[in-house]
Design a protein around this ligand. Structure first.
Ligand code: ADP
Ligand code: MG
Length: 869
């Protein structure tokens, strides 16, 4: 069917109706109805007068893994559960009614799932009239006194409006009165109790700026679109109770202005709110009956109530409607209660019901697609074809979206959790819809007549009636009164009783009087014509004056329009910039946050660095302390070992010498025994080793002044008593230096080699030891010690001090060479001379321990290379 329609009506280029390119977005309002029961779960919250928030019901959240979050939707305005019908009307429908009265079209539809309050919003209930009865009331409150007589305006069945003359209109009225038994006067207020109190008188409101110099008429139609068929709900069909005829569907046509209309649809002229609502209610009843008879569900149909307002200027007298079809203006307001927007799955319908449901969805789907394409075309500048023709609803209203009037939508929502998923879809559609813009309707051109005609005419009529009443008192009608007055203003007729055919007296007198009257009349006519002409010219002059003024006003209006356009452009620019600045602000915000995070990082890293540095410092100082402690330990140990070594060396030396001496002594005794008698008084000899060596003579040359203390040129044997006794051990190998630098210890027992006897008598011991230093000088050391008694009854010496004296070697350098060679003598035994190596032969080992807490550390091991005994 749709395809046929497509084929029949070839696409014409869209009409250039307006030079206006100002656009307004589709006004989308949201109304939240109260919950049906207090214990129902709620999933909607009104968070401001433009925004609502949806939150997934608990069960759903669990099912979907928390996939659903809270979502917000913004609209031109949000009406909460406490909103009254009046408040909603004031905001949503009142501007549309004002537009209607000012010759502009409007489309208002309610959208939402079944039970969300669409019908409540559009129609309402007694005491709570909806947008429809309120709109009707406002229309009649505004144009009430300026309505044309019935049948003056007459629809031409091609979506146009004709104007009938008074006589034809009167004849039509008489025909209607005789045909219908319907009481013609609605003043009786015999209102159907079903819709009584739809509008309370105190809510009455009216539009401003109604043109009084026009005449108005209201026509209403009521159609239902079910299963993509259009039915006329006001069609008068003879009812056949036996075999009820199924209603005939209507088709859509395009008029000469390319506006869509339902062909052959009943348009009922109504003169009051009550009458109009009565007609609506008649349609409503018919709809209900049809639904029951055909087993249909009303929630699956779209209902469209169309209010047409015809208006035409009054003629120049301000008395009658101007008989010019081109001056008739028709505007219309469509009030649409759409079918429930729920998906097919929600209906438990089967068979044909399912098909219907599918179709309903299809038509809403088409509406959705159209809106989407429109939006895309507008936003992206594309020129995609909008599929209006795919469904009757969109096809019927295509002109609105192409810029033929204001479009508003009330999205109804039930906050109950069961509806959540469908409400979500409704919200998405609604939000998208408000991104579509439709052209703003233009103002009606001004007709050429002066304003205030109706009032002047009325005032004239009032004045005339008043005057006539003053002069002639109560009379039977307008015309006879005027005639009487005119007759009275003529000179009286003479008596005209004619005596006979030849009455020469009366007839001439009568002729004369009549002639006189004729002359007066002629004069009066002339006078009247003169005055009329004068008045006419004055009026014409004034008319042209007014016309030029009106032209001027028109011009100014045009300029104003341009200025408006400019302002609009600037506003758009401001909007754009504001958006941009918001975007930038957002970016700055993000950057600020990032910076903060980095700074925080930096601070924490710095903090860590500081703490690490502190730890390092601590460890370093710890290390230093350890080092110094270790150094101390090492020096201590070194000193101790040095002393110990010295002591041991000396002891060993002494012991060895002692042994040597004892052996020598034994040998001597043996020799003495052998050579008894020859050498009775022989003194004990030195060890043979030393015998080879010639005791050095004292050098004749004086030695250099010695360095060091405790050296005095004293006698060898001095008896100056001291508290202690010394064993003065001077090996016979010593060179007699013959200097004043000879240690002289009083009261000492001098020995070449230490013996037990001598030691047992003394408590101090001194060894005079000579050696050649590296510079060739002879070094004399006085090695002092203390004598102890050992447990075994022997004697031991513990060395306590070393004094060093230096003197030039009196023996030539060769002797020192000789001595050196003797250091490694044939017996391999080192001489005493190198025992000082002890001091120097200290090796240091470095050892680093891995994993030590103290870090790299040193441990000093001092080894003293021991001399072989
Ligand atoms: P729909 O037409 O969307 O299917 P209805 O208008 O028939 O929904 O509303 C269903 C029920 O809810 C009706 O009984 C109606 O009175 C009630 N209702 C809807 N909206 C409201 C509201 N705003 N305030 C009070 N009751 C409402
Ligand atoms: Mg409904």
């Amino acid at each position: 069917m749709i395809r046929q329609a497509k084929g029949k009506t070839p696409r014409r280029p869209p009409p250039k109706k307006t030079s206006n390119n100002q656009k307004d977005p589709v006004g989308v309002y949201c109304r939240v109805r109260p919950l049906g029961a207090d214990d129902e779960e709620c999933c909607i919250e009104v968070i401001s007068n433009t925004t609502i928030q949806l939150h997934a019901p608990d069960g759903l959240k669990a099912n979907r893994n928390g996939e659903y979050k809270e979502t917000q939707y913004s609209f031109k305005k949000v009406f909460g559960i406490k909103t009254t019908q009046k408040e909603l009307f004031e905001d949503v429908a009142k501007p549309l009614v004002e537009d209607l009265i000012h010759c502009k079209n409007g489309l208002l539809f309610t959208y939402g799932v079944t039970g969300s309050g669409k019908t409540h919003t559009m129609t309402g209930s007694p005491g709570q009239g909806g947008l429809l009865p309120r709109s009707l009331d406002m229309i009649f409150n505004s144009i009430g006194p300026y309505q044309a007589k019935r049948y003056v305006f007459k629809p031409d069945d091609k979506n146009g409006m004709e104007v009938q003359n008074q006589v034809d209109a009167l004849l039509d009225r008489q025909k209607r009165d005789s045909q219908s038994a319907v009481p013609k006067t609605p003043n009786t207020r015999r209102i159907d109790p079903e819709f009584a109190d739809m509008i309370s008188p105190e809510d009455a409101c009216r539009a401003d700026g109604v043109d009084e110099d026009s005449s108005y008429s209201v026509f209403v139609s009521y159609i239902e679109i079910y299963n993509n068929y259009i039915y006329d709900l006001l069609e008068e069909t003879p009812f056949d109770p036996i075999k009820p005829k199924p209603p005939q569907s209507k088709i859509l046509r395009e008029d000469q202005n390319h506006n869509m209309y339902v062909a052959g649809c009943t348009e009922v002229e109504v003169k009051s709110t009550e009458e109009a609502f009565e007609v609506f209610w008649r349609g409503q009843k018919k709809r209900r009956i049809a639904n029951t008879q055909l087993n249909r569900e009303s929630s699956r149909s779209h209902s469209v109530f169309i209010v047409k307002l015809a208006q035409a200027p009054l003629d120049a007298d301000g008395d009658n409607v101007l008989q010019d079809k081109n001056q008739v203006n028709v505007s219309q307001l469509c009030l649409v209660d759409l079918a429930g927007s729920e998906r097919t799955s929600r209906t438990r319908a089967e068979g044909s019901r399912l098909r219907e449901a599918g179709n309903i969805n299809q038509s809403l789907m088409t509406l959705r697609t159209c809106i989407e394409v429109l939006r895309e075309n507008q936003m992206c500048g594309t020129n995609k074809m909008v599929p209006y023709r795919d469904s009757k609803v969109t096809h019927l209203f295509k002109n609105y979206f192409d810029g033929e009037g204001k479009v508003r939508m009330v999205v109804c929502v039930n906050p109950k959790a069961d509806d959540y998923e469908e409400t979500l879809l409704v919200m998405r559609f609604a939000e998208m819809t408000q991104e579509v813009e439709v052209a703003r309707p233009v103002d009606r051109p001004i007709c050429g007549y002066t304003a205030g005609r109706r009032q002047r005419n009325q005032a004239f009529k009032d004045e005339l009636t008043r005057r006539l009443e003053e002069r002639g008192g109560p009379v039977d009608g307008e015309f006879p009164t005027v005639l009487n007055q005119l007759l009275q203003s003529f000179p009286p007729l003479p008596p005209c009783e004619v005596s006979g055919p030849n009455d020469d007296v009366t007839l001439p007198r009568l002729i004369e009087a009549l002639e006189k009257r004729h002359r007066v009349r002629q004069m009066m006519i002339e006078e009247y014509n003169k005055t009329a002409n004068m008045l006419k010219s004055v009026l014409q002059e004034q008319d042209s004056n007014i016309l030029s003024k009106e032209n001027f006003i028109h011009e100014q209006r045009g300029k104003l329009g341009e200025k408006d356009k400019m302002i609009q452009n600037q506003k758009n620019e401001i909007d754009r910039l504001e958006k941009k600045s918001k975007m930038l602000e957002y970016k700055i915000d993000i950057l600020q946050k990032t910076t903060n995070i980095y700074e925080e990082d930096k601070r924490s890293l710095q903090h860590e660095l500081e703490s690490r540095e502190q730890r390092l410092q601590r460890e370093m100082s710890e290390k230093r302390r350890m080092e110094s402690r270790m150094q101390g330990i090492v020096t201590d140990a070194k000193l101790k070992w040095e002393k110990e070594c010295e002591r041991r060396v000396n002891a060993k030396q002494l012991e060895m010498q002692n042994k040597l001496w004892v052996k020598d002594e034994k040998l001597k005794q043996l020799k003495a025994i052998v050579t008894e008698g020859k050498t009775e008084n022989r003194q004990p000899q030195r060890p043979s080793r030393e015998k080879d060596k010639v005791p050095p003579k004292r050098s004749a040359s004086p030695s250099p002044v010695p360095t060091g203390p405790a050296v005095r040129p004293l006698h060898r044997r001095s008896h100056s008593a001291g508290g202690e006794r010394w064993v003065d051990h001077t090996p016979s190998t010593n060179v007699d230096l013959d200097t004043v630098l000879q240690p002289n210890i009083p009261n000492a027992i001098k020995v070449n080699a230490p013996n037990e006897k001598a030691l047992s008598k003394c408590d101090k011991y001194v060894l005079t030891h000579q050696e050649v230093a590296s510079d060739g000088e002879i070094q004399t050391k006085l090695i002092k010690g203390e004598v102890f008694r050992t447990r075994g009854g022997g004697q031991a010496v513990q060395f306590t001090d070393i004094e060093t004296l230096k003197q030039e070697n009196p023996v030539v350098a060769s002797s020192s060479r000789k001595r050196r060679s003797s250091e490694s003598g044939p017996d391999g035994e080192p001489m005493e001379g190198d025992w000082t190596d002890v001091e120097t032969r200290c090796s240091v080992a470095l050892e680093m321990r891995a994993g030590s807490n103290l870090g790299p550390g040193y441990q000093h091991h001092g080894y003293t290379k021991r001399r072989k005994p």
